[in-house]
Design a protein around this ligand. Structure first.
Ligand SMILES: [Zn+2]
Length: 266
């Protein structure tokens, strides 16, 4: 039983590590701020929907209160509402904290609140404000690359592959292209923030090049990364950086996203 407890007692934040809470924009500072704190409305855009919420920071308990007025926001997540709310609170606060015009009182309140949180949860982690969901929109990425490098001539579907919950032993396959189905699959571990966007983009670009410069048979064997292919591949603007990153970091992708080594050992 103790073993099981350790497995499930992960900090709540970690449940949402690779999750997008939506794109956050803070409303204007309408009520101003005074010794009683600060009240701000905000909007979250997620999956094409807008959700309205409010942040209240005050010296009373609770110091920080974040609410979402459209309850169906929480329906967008598999995680418990409390975990979503906790992460959202971190996200909203980290954005407010960066504003120049917030008063010292509010700053001190935020600091108090954050420190309490840290004590509660030593691994507390602030989710980066940039929406990964939008940055890693592979369909939009496909369209952009198609326009920029192929005159819109590549005709393929792009999809995230399914992750397997095991450790890869031999190597990591970033993506694949199925010529018959005209289907590009990208490895879902490329969604992680540790992977630079240009590496994801290069993976997609590489697979698109397979349609541009198809495989052929020479001396009885199939050539897919032939000279014509490589020439096209090098046109990608971050080619060298992407290759370097792959060379130095591929081993980080051998584990399923978010899993610790113990979790996959049998
Ligand atoms: Zn290839």
């Amino acid at each position: 039983m103790a073993y099981l407890m350790n497995q499930t007692q992960k900090p709540i934040q970690n449940l949402l590590k690779n999750f997008s809470l939506g794109t956050l924009s803070l409303g204007a500072n309408r009520n101003g701020q005074d010794s009683s704190g600060l009240t701000r409305m905000f909007i979250l855009k997620k999956n094409g929907m807008e959700y309205v919420g409010q942040l209240r920071i005050s010296p009373e308990d609770p110091i920080v209160k974040v609410e979402i007025f459209n309850g169906n926001y929480f329906g967008e997540f598999k995680q418990p509402e409390v975990a979503v709310l906790e992460n959202l609170t971190q996200k909203v606060l980290s954005k407010v904290k960066k504003e120049k015009e917030i008063s010292d009182i509010v700053k001190a309140l935020i600091k108090d609140f954050m420190e309490c949180k840290k004590l509660e949860d030593t691994e507390a982690e602030v989710i980066e404000p940039k929406s990964q969901e939008e940055e890693r929109d592979i369909e939009a990425m496909f369209d952009r690359l198609n326009r920029e490098y192929f005159n819109g001539k590549i005709n393929a579907t792009v999809r995230w592959g399914r992750d397997v919950k095991t450790q890869n032993k031999s190597g990591f396959r970033y993506g694949s292209y199925d010529e018959n189905k005209k289907l590009i699959r990208l490895h879902p571990r490329l969604k992680q923030s540790l992977v630079p966007i240009y590496v994801l983009e290069f993976t997609l670009y590489h697979e698109m090049c397979h349609q541009f410069a198809p495989s052929y048979k020479r001396n009885g064997s199939w050539q897919s990364h032939h000279p014509e292919f490589k020439k096209k591949e090098k046109e990608y603007k971050n080619f060298k950086d992407a290759r370097n990153w792959e060379k130095n970091n591929w081993h980080k992708l051998l584990l399923p996203a978010n899993e610790e080594l113990e979790a996959v050992k049998n």
